[in-house]
Design a binder for this molecule. Structure first.
Ligand SMILES: [Cu+2]
Length: 245
């Protein structure tokens, strides 16, 4: 349903959407019931035809049932929501499926930068690819990310993946995603991180394995020489990315 408003582009996007719908429906039904009942009672027992407004304490057992029975049903609904939420949380945040690729994500005021293995497939070698504000990934591939912050608390969010994870300075937080739809999607920061927070946008490009391999080759060669330049200019690129938006 939410897909009509926001593309779902990762394998777990739908389970998050279903959870939202479940909560919206359960809470919505009770909202309408409770508000409807409140207004019905207000009108039924209002002052009219010389009769004063009735004051009902609800202490009698046959009246108390109107509170206690819905109360038990609501607790049962809470348990349903909790069970669904814990299941989704467990499947997405606790369990990490085996990684096909790993990417390092670094938040800073005010840009996201990324590091991933170059054509050799090994991280922290001369052909690693570093980029700012733009992350290229392969479709139908499980990615682990290691999320870090250089300064303050940021939050790495890809709405189309239904992914959101805070980045805390001094900690490396791991997570995963598996894009299953080609396209270009927004990357956002969703923790207020300073005056440039709103400019901290990026893009994630989900591409076919062929396109991704071509992108790797374009950006990784000549391996060592290119690497030197990229490393040296990473900070400069962050500033440029900021100004460019
Ligand atoms: Cu921010």
């Amino acid at each position: 349903m939410q897909e009509r408003y926001l593309t779902a582009a990762s394998t777990y996007a739908h389970s998050i959407d279903h959870l939202f719908i479940l909560i919206a429906v359960i809470v919505g039904v009770w909202l309408i019931l409770a508000e409807g009942m409140m207004f019905a009672l207000i009108f039924k027992f209002r002052a009219k035809n010389g009769r004063p407004t009735q004051y009902i304490t609800g202490e009698e057992p046959h009246l108390k049932r109107w509170i206690s029975i819905p109360h038990y049903i609501i607790i049962a609904c809470d348990i349903v929501i909790l069970a669904a939420a814990i299941t989704v949380w467990y499947n997405i945040k606790q369990v990490m499926p085996a990684a096909d690729e790993t990417v390092r994500v670094i938040g800073q005021q005010w840009a996201w930068s990324f590091q991933q293995a170059g054509p050799d497939g090994v991280m922290d070698t001369a052909d690693d690819i570093r980029s700012v504000g733009e992350l290229h990934v392969k479709v139908n591939t499980t990615y682990h990310f290691d999320l870090m912050s250089r300064d303050v608390v940021h939050s790495f969010a890809i709405p189309a993946f239904r992914l959101k994870q805070d980045a805390l300075p001094g900690r490396t937080i791991s997570g995963w995603f598996r894009p299953n739809r080609l396209g270009t999607y927004d990357i956002q920061c969703t923790q207020m991180c300073g005056v440039g927070h709103a400019m901290m946008a990026g893009r994630i490009i989900v591409e076919t394995p062929q396109d991704h391999a071509a992108w790797l080759m374009r950006n990784a060669s000549p391996a060592a020489a290119g690497q030197q330049n990229l490393t040296a200019s990473t900070d400069g690129m962050a500033t440029m990315a900021e100004v460019g938006r």
